[in-house]
Design a protein around this ligand. Structure first.
Ligand SMILES: Cc1cc2nc3c(=O)[nH]c(=O)nc-3n(C[C@H](O)[C@H](O)[C@H](O)COP(=O)(O)OP(=O)(O)OC[C@H]3O[C@@H](n4cnc5c(N)ncnc54)[C@H](O)[C@@H]3O)c2cc1C
Length: 235
């Protein structure tokens, strides 16, 4: 069974994990590592130690669904609304500029509930306080090192952290160059649109982010690493 590591337990990593679980043509072992102590990334929710009902969203606080994204991604919104994870945001926000057809949503249980939902759906093995420092190619596998503990090997690695953090990684991965990717996935589908792709490693291993779709491409040559990034509004 292919071992897939997703680095980052924010929106991108969690949704990527959930989509892989749902759409991968073969069973895969999914692991998600994050350097933080909890999931959410820039969509984290803090809770009062005195009253867990009292929460504050530390990054994104609401999601705007534009008519463009509604066309492609409506099912994502519908699922989250049906589960009560999202609710329409009806309260006015001072200074907000709304375009025709835009809808705003908020998350009553905290914005990180979206990420927790996708991680749960994915069934991935989620590990916190796993800060990835190096990625090397060893015997046709990606050997991923973290700040503490032994390195582990994976067939596929997906990096979902922000680009500056990707550029700090050491090892063979540091020999990659990033370049803009096509703005839509090969399939033209709504699932994974990469903003960046990574050019081939010196060894010639293909590292095309935009090939990392949830379609059958996943289990072709195993040595892939991709970088995926969404803004929330492109959910
Ligand atoms: C203050 C603020 C307000 C915002 N408001 C809105 C809003 O109202 N609406 C909206 O749509 N968007 C908003 N955004 C943008 C939105 O939050 C982000 O686009 C989205 O959360 C990005 O998700 P991501 O998973 O791509 O990245 P991130 O959330 O950054 O996730 C990356 C994860 O990678 C982990 N990581 C990084 N380096 C390593 C490493 N070496 N090893 C292991 N793990 C690592 C990080 O801990 C993090 O959890 C806001 C952002 C901020 C900061």
């Amino acid at each position: 069974m292919a071992r897939v590591l997703i680095v980052g337990a924010g929106l991108t990593g969690s949704l990527c994990a959930a989509l892989l679980r749902k759409e991968a043509p073969h069973p895969v072992h999914l692991a998600v590592w994050d350097e933080a102590g909890d999931s959410g990334g820039r969509m984290s929710t803090a809770r009062s130690p005195y009253n867990p009902q009292s929460t504050v969203d530390l990054g994104a606080q609401y999601i705007t669904c534009t008519s463009h994204y509604a066309k492609h991604h409506q099912s994502f919104y519908d699922d989250l609304l049906a589960l009560g994870i999202l609710k329409p945001l009806t309260a006015p926000i001072e200074g907000m500029v709304m375009k025709e057809g835009d809808c705003n949503f908020m998350a009553p249980q905290g914005i990180s509930s979206i990420i927790k939902h996708y991680l749960k759906e994915s069934g991935a093995d989620v590990c916190f306080r796993h800060c990835v420092t190096q990625i090397n190619l060893r015997n046709d596998k990606w050997e991923v090192s973290k700040e503490t503990g032994l390195p582990e090997q994976f067939d596929i690695v997906v990096l979902t952290m922000p680009v500056p953090q990707i550029l700090q990684l050491q090892g063979d991965i540091a020999n990659c160059e990033s370049q803009p990717a096509p703005s839509t996935s090969e399939s033209g589908g709504p699932l994974m649109e990469c903003e960046f792709t990574v050019s081939p490693l010196q060894s010639g291993v293909p590292l095309m982010g935009h090939e990392f779709t949830v379609r059958p491409g996943l289990c072709r040559p195993p040595q892939r690493v991709g970088f995926l990034s969404w803004s929330v509004s492109s959910l």
